[in-house]
Design a binder for this molecule. Structure first.
Ligand SMILES: [Zn+2]
Length: 139
């Protein structure tokens, strides 16, 4: 083999090696691409799951915030009342807010459902009696 033939042969071999490397890299790249697509799909699914959880947490947060507001309002409102014996053995909430006329609200309705039902006063057999028009309880 002369020098020119050897160089040509080496060039041809290098060319074949380059093609082989390109082919091998292409296959490797395809494998990596498939693997990468799988990872991206898993990440997408995880992101969707996290977004779903976040939405649920946000809904729970809003519910808790709403409940907190209701409870804060109720605490504020209950600052205007104190438990009192409306008549012997009968209890209700008595208003203690000096800016409003004194009145009673039904303890049962308020404690059970948060309903602010006024106790109405009337006389029965010469005795003062209170009735809640919401739950119909008599005190
Ligand atoms: Zn009541």
């Amino acid at each position: 083999m002369d020098i020119v033939a050897a160089i040509t042969s080496v060039k041809a071999t290098v060319g074949l090696l380059d093609k082989w490397i390109e082919t091998r890299d292409f296959i490797k790249l395809s494998e990596l691409k498939i693997e990468l697509q799988g990872t991206v799909l898993e990440l997408s699914n995880s992101a969707l799951d996290l977004m779903d959880r976040l939405a649920k947490c946000e809904a729970i947060r809003r519910d808790l915030e709403s409940e907190n507001t209701k409870l804060q309002n109720r605490i504020t409102e209950m600052g205007s009342y104190e438990i009192a014996e409306v008549r012997p053995g009968g209890f209700g909430y008595k208003s203690v807010d000096s800016t409003k006329p004194m009145h009673y609200i039904c303890q049962l309705c308020y404690d059970k459902d948060g309903i602010k039902s006024f106790l109405h006063e009337y006389f029965s057999h010469g005795k003062k009696v209170y009735v809640c028009l919401a739950c119909k309880s008599h005190l």
